[in-house]
Write a protein that binds this ligand. Structure first.
Ligand SMILES: *[C@@H]1O[C@H](CO)[C@@H](O)[C@H](O)[C@H]1NC(C)=O
Ligand SMILES: *[C@@H]1O[C@H](CO)[C@@H](O)[C@H](O)[C@H]1NC(C)=O
Length: 225
């Protein structure tokens, strides 16, 4: 019995520590306000500014009231990020924020993943059809139409999207569980990589005619950040 309890405690501890290492590292001091790397030395994250030189500006960002302009972006959405690049005080704190603007009917935040963050999105204006797809065991689409005040979660690493199905423009804000969530836009990464992936790879992977892959690789791929 004692042995079983010990084993259970050990398994729980092992699980807990694997959860901890799956997110941004925890801070070991009050804060570690980011400064840029110097002399080609890199750390996992950013160097800390001397706390004596830290001010309120390091924890501040202004301008998320300004709509992102979607008119020059082919997918019709514009992401304004507030992560460690904009707010150096976020370094080591495991959190960031974004505003997303969507053009009237059809504005799309195209299928993408955040390799380092879960996202929680709240709609302020408009109507969004959103969803994510579970991993290969099921590839199940979990989707919903959201209206102002609605909140939806996109679990870390899973492919997700938001599509404006309303007549007006739409606005959403999102919290992300990393100082630097990263974005992999699926179409851009697969068909717009530099240099391009050998088309034989994509022809086989997508089980289509090589012409389709050639066509897709010739498109102009851009993201919305
Ligand atoms: C770090 O360097 C980048 C590019 O050189 C610059 O845009 C950014 O403002 C710098 N950040 C800080 C905190 O000095
Ligand atoms: C996104 O919107 C901002 C604010 O209007 C604008 O400065 C920026 O150029 C837009 N991004 C693109 C890629 O058009």
């Amino acid at each position: 019995m004692e042995g079983l309890k010990f084993l259970l405690a050990f398994v729980l501890l092992a699980l807990a520590s694997s959860f901890v290492s799956a997110s941004d590292p925890s801070p070991l001091q009050d804060f570690c306000v980011a400064i840029n790397e110097t002399d080609g030395v890199f750390v996992n994250g950013k160097f800390c500014k001397d706390p004596k030189h830290v001010t309120e500006k390091d924890f501040f960002y202004s301008g998320l009231n300004i709509p992102g302009d979607t008119s020059n972006i082919p997918v019709g959405s514009n992401v304004t990020a507030a992560n460690v690049e904009q707010i150096p005080g976020l370094n080591t704190l495991g959190i960031s924020f974004a505003r997303i603007d969507y053009a009237p009917y059809g504005g799309l935040n195209p299928p993408h993943t955040h390799p380092r963050a879960t996202e929680i999105l709240v709609v302020l204006k408009g109507t969004l059809y959103v969803g994510f797809v579970t991993s290969n065991t099921e590839n199940r689409l979990i989707s919903k139409v959201l209206n102002p005040g609605d909140v939806f979660v996109f679990p870390i690493g899973l492919i997700h999207f938001q599509f404006n199905v309303g007549k007006t423009n739409a606005v959403a804000f999102a919290g992300l569980s990393s100082q630097n969530p990263g974005v992999i836009t699926i179409a851009d990464a697969v068909f717009g990589s530099d240099p391009p992936i050998n088309p034989d790879v994509l022809t086989k992977a997508f089980q289509v005619d090589k012409k389709v892959v050639d066509y897709l690789q010739k498109q102009f791929w851009s993201d919305n950040n």
